[in-house]
Design a binder for this molecule. Structure first.
Ligand code: HEM
Length: 407
C-alpha cells in the first residue's frame, strides 16, 4: 500500500477537491495502483475497466456487505446502525445473495420489464407536464423543476400511487434519499425515518387495496404474483418497492442534471444532438459513461482470488469503481472527451452481472424523453451561473442546483 495514495473520504464527494473534479485522483489511482487496498474503507478499490467488468460479471462473488470480514467499514457501519436502532435487518435485492436474490429478482424482472414497456406514454406525459410548467420563465433550476420531480412521479405512477397522495409520496421520496448521506443532520435523519415508515405503511395499504381490486400498476402485478402462488412475502414486496425509490430516484435525477449541464458546456455536442435527434440514445449513454451518477458498487470475495496479479482474501470487500472504469483509456479512446457521436465500448454506469441495475430501461426512457425535448422547447437555454454546484454526498455525483436561463 502506498500512503500517498488518495484514499478513504478523499475518494468521495465529501472532499472538496474530489467533488470539484474526481477524475485526476481516479486516473492517478488507476495508473499507479489499479488494485488498491483502501485502509479507510477496508476494501479493495478497482479502477481498471477490465478488472471492474470481470468482477461485476463474476456471479460467484457475494453482494451482501455483512459477509465481508471485520476490516470492511460498510459491514461495521451496518452492524452499528442495526444495534443502535434495534430494528431487524430488512434486506432488498440490492444487497442480498442467492437464493433470495435470484428468487426475488427472478419474480420481479418480468413484471417490472412489462410495466416499463407499458410506461412509454406515461413517461412522455410526465416529462411534458414538467417542461410545460416552465413556459414563460426566463430562469429556473433544472434540478428542482425537472430532474427531481420527474423520476419520483414516474415511479409513483408505475407503482400505482394514488393521484391524491402524490405530494406526500414526493416528500417521502425526497426524505428517503438521505439514506446515502452519512453527514445528515438530526432533522434530515428524522425526516428520513418518517419517510421510510410513512411510505412502508402506505405501500402496505396499497397492496391490500390492489389485492381486493387490481388495477394496471406494479403493486397489482405483485399482488397477482402472490395470488398465483409465487414465493414472495408482503414484507419483500414492501422492501423491494422502497428500493425502487432509493435506487432509482436520485440516480435518474443526476443523469438528467449532469446531462443538461454537459450539453450546456459542450456546444458542439449540443449542436450535433439538435441536428440529429436520432443521436439521443447515444447521447444518454455518453452522459452515463462520462459523468455517471454512481461512483462505485460493491462485492465481497467468496473465496481467495487474484485480481490483476494481486491476491484477494476470501471475505474481503471489493469496490468496483464505476467512475474510474468509465474513463479508462484502455477501454475508451479519448476517455476525458464528452462526444456523443463516438462508437464506444459499453460503460458500467449500471454495474453488471447478477446485480446489474434493474431499472436501467426506465432510467434510459426518462433521460431519452428529457433530452429529446428540452433543447427544442428552450433553444437558447444557457447556464445562469458558471460554477457547478455538486452535492457533497458520498458515492454519487450530481448537482444540487443547476440554474439556467432561457434567453
Ligand atoms: C441513471 C439512473 C440509474 C443508475 C446510474 C443506476 C445504477 C445502479 C447501479 C450501479 C446498481 C448496482 C449494480 C451492481 O452492483 O452491479 C443498481 C442497482 C439497482 N438499481 Fe439502478 N440505477 C439507476 C436507475 C434505477 C431506476 C430508475 C431503478 C428502479 C426504478 C433502479 C433500480 C435498481 C435496483 C432494484 C437495483 C438492484 C439490483 C440487484 O441488486 O439485483 N435503478 N443501479
Amino acid at each position: 500500500m502506498n500512503d500517498d495514495q488518495p484514499h478513504g473520504l478523499a475518494l468521495t464527494a465529501l472532499d472538496p477537491e474530489y467533488r470539484a473534479d474526481p477524475y485526476p485522483r481516479l486516473k492517478h489511482l488507476r495508473e499507479t495502483c489499479p488494485v488498491y487496498r483502501d485502509p479507510y474503507f477496508g476494501s479493495v478499490q478497482l479502477t481498471r475497466y477490465d478488472d471492474v467488468r470481470a468482477v461485476l460479471s463474476d456471479r460467484s462473488l457475494w453482494r451482501d456487505p455483512l459477509r465481508a470480514d471485520e476490516t470492511s467499514l460498510e459491514r461495521r457501519q451496518i452492524l452499528a446502525e442495526l444495534e443502535a436502532s434495534g430494528r431487524p435487518r430488512q434486506q432488498s435485492i440490492l444487497t442480498s445473495d442467492d437464493p433470495d436474490h435470484g428468487r426475488i429478482r427472478g419474480l420481479l424482472t418480468p413484471v417490472l420489464y412489462r410495466r416499463f414497456s407499458l410506461s412509454r406514454e406515461m413517461v412522455a406525459a410526465v416529462v411534458d407536464k414538467h417542461l410545460n410548467a416552465l413556459a414563460g420563465l426566463d430562469r429556473f433550476d433544472v434540478v428542482e423543476k425537472i430532474a427531481t420531480p420527474i423520476p419520483i412521479e414516474v415511479v409513483a405512477h408505475l407503482l400505482g400511487v394514488d393521484e391524491d397522495r402524490l405530494d406526500e409520496f414526493r416528500t417521502w421520496s425526497e426524505a428517503i434519499v438521505h439514506t446515502f448521506n452519512p453527514a445528515r443532520t438530526t432533522d434530515q435523519t428524522a425526516a428520513m425515518e418518517a419517510g421510510f415508515s410513512a411510505a412502508a405503511t402506505y405501500l402496505a395499504g396499497l397492496l391490500e387495496d390492489r389485492r381486493r381490486a387490481p388495477r394496471e400498476d406494479l403493486i397489482s402485478d405483485l399482488a397477482g404474483l402472490q395470488a398465483s402462488g409465487a414465493e414472495l412475502s408482503d414484507e419483500e414486496i414492501r422492501t423491494n418497492c422502497l428500493t425502487l425509490l432509493i435506487a432509482g430516484n436520485l440516480t435518474t435525477t443526476d443523469v438528467i442534471g449532469n446531462g443538461v449541464r454537459l450539453f450546456l458546456t459542450h456546444p458542439t455536442e449540443l449542436a450535433k444532438l439538435k441536428a440529429n435527434p436520432d443521436l439521443v440514445n447515444a447521447a444518454v449513454e455518453e452522459i452515463l459513461r462520462y459523468e455517471p451518477p454512481v461512483d462505485a458498487t460493491a462485492r465481497v470475495a467468496s473465496h481467495d482470488l487474484e485480481i490483476g496479479g494481486c491476491p484477494i482474501r476470501s471475505r474481503e470487500a471489493i469496490t468496483p469503481f464505476i467512475r474510474a472504469a468509465n474513463r479508462d483509456p484502455a477501454a475508451f479512446a479519448a476517455p476525458d472527451t464528452f462526444d456523443i457521436s463516438l462508437k464506444r465500448a459499453p460503460h458500467v454506469a449500471f454495474g453488471g452481472g447478477a446485480h446489474i441495475c434493474l431499472g436501467a430501461p426506465l432510467a434510459r426512457m426518462e433521460a431519452q424523453a428529457v433530452f429529446s425535448s428540452i433543447f427544442n422547447r428552450f433553444p437558447d437555454l444557457a447556464l445562469a451561473e458558471e460554477a457547478a454546484d455538486w452535492r457533497p454526498l458520498p458515492f454519487f455525483r450530481g448537482l444540487q442546483r443547476l440554474l439556467v436561463r432561457t434567453a
